[in-house]
Design a binder for this molecule. Structure first.
Ligand code: FAD
Length: 282
């Protein structure tokens, strides 16, 4: 590891759970001790070599078994391009997720599918739909910045799907997305209300105080709504604990693995104050 990367790692440790599975499991246990659930993600995406896709799948099998075996309150979240989406047959990807979901289901756990760039949205939802036909413990992320997401959410709700609502993290063609922060937040609030009215077992995945406040208030007016807050490791940690103390289920999403550098750069760019954090550790 070069000097810049090794110095960046000192700051990045707050966002990632470590470079390997053992470290990630330790961080997950620590989060559990604070009253938080966990979602673990093995960093990687856009895998073009089927052999690498297979090894990423095997990592998830081992990870999920370790989570269950060690009694960690946690589950896995995968990116379908890690399993070769777009390179191997879609049916192969369906099989991989279904295998993970089958084992997870026996232990009463979920498997989440992250949503990637808009080039693979339709394909990701199609794979999700096929897995969900036989495995109900699978959920998928949906991005409020995409104009299409309202229609996608209607279709997902009609099939009883489990949805994790996020704002969206990719650079997208301008005509596909709401451009301003305000419009994205407005759409987030709209889709979140749809989830409260018709969803079950969904996730409000944001660090934004406005939708979080609104979710707390909706949870009071719709007491039967089954949902959890999900936030990324190292972001708004105080708020996580406060929500958990108020009795909400809060889940810390923690990525790990050797691919920590691009993930950390994304988090730094997202929020200017993180540059200060980085400089301090340099
Ligand atoms: C559990 C989880 C899973 C996710 N899965 C996906 C996925 O599958 N696909 C996808 O495209 N995106 C995913 N994301 C990322 C998401 O799309 C956003 O990029 C990210 O959550 C930032 O948006 P926000 O909703 O927090 O709102 P923002 O408007 O970006 O932020 C609101 C407030 O949160 C705080 N905040 C946000 N980001 C940071 C940061 N990096 N550092 C410090 N403070 C910060 C600040 O106080 C900020 O004002 C996921 C996010 C979470 C929490």
């Amino acid at each position: 590891m070069g000097l810049v990367q090794s110095l960046t790692y000192r700051a990045a440790k707050r966002w990632i759970a470590g470079k390997d599975m053992d470290a990630a499991l330790e961080r997950a246990k620590e989060a559990n001790e604070k009253g938080l659930g966990t979602i673990l993600n093995y960093l990687g995406e856009d895998v073009s070599d089927p052999a690498v896709a297979e090894s990423q799948f095997e990592e998830y099998v081992r990870l999920q078994r370790a989570l269950i075996g060690k009694g960690v309150d946690g589950c896995v979240s995968v990116k379908l391009t890690q399993f070769g989406l777009g390179v191997v047959e879609d049916a192969h990807v369906v099989d991989k997720v279904a295998l993970l979901a089958e084992e997870a289901g026996r232990a009463g756990r979920m498997v989440w599918i992250d949503m990637e760039g808009s080039a693979v949205t339709t394909r990701t939802l199609a794979v999700y739909g096929r897995v969900f036909e036989s495995r109900k413990n699978v959920g998928v992320a949906l991005q409020a910045y995409l104009r299409r997401s309202e229609d996608d959410l209607r279709a997902l709700l009609a099939m009883g799907a489990k949805v994790r609502l996020v704002k969206g993290a990719y650079r997208e063609p301008p005509d596909l997305v709401f451009r301003s922060r305000d419009e994205v937040t407005k759409n987030y609030l709209k889709l979140m209300r749809m989830l409260f009215e018709a969803g079950s077992g969904f996730a409000v995945a944001t660090h934004d105080s406005r939708p979080i406040r609104e979710a707390v208030s909706l949870s009071r007016s719709i007491p039967g709504a089954r949902f959890e807050f999900e936030m990324l490791r190292g972001i708004r940690d105080d708020l996580k604990l406060k929500l958990a103390e108020e009795g909400h289920r809060v889940v810390d999403y923690m990525p790990y693995g050797e691919e920590w550098y691009p993930y950390s750069v994304r988090r730094i760019k997202e929020h200017p104050s993180n540059i200060l954090l980085l400089l301090r550790s340099l």
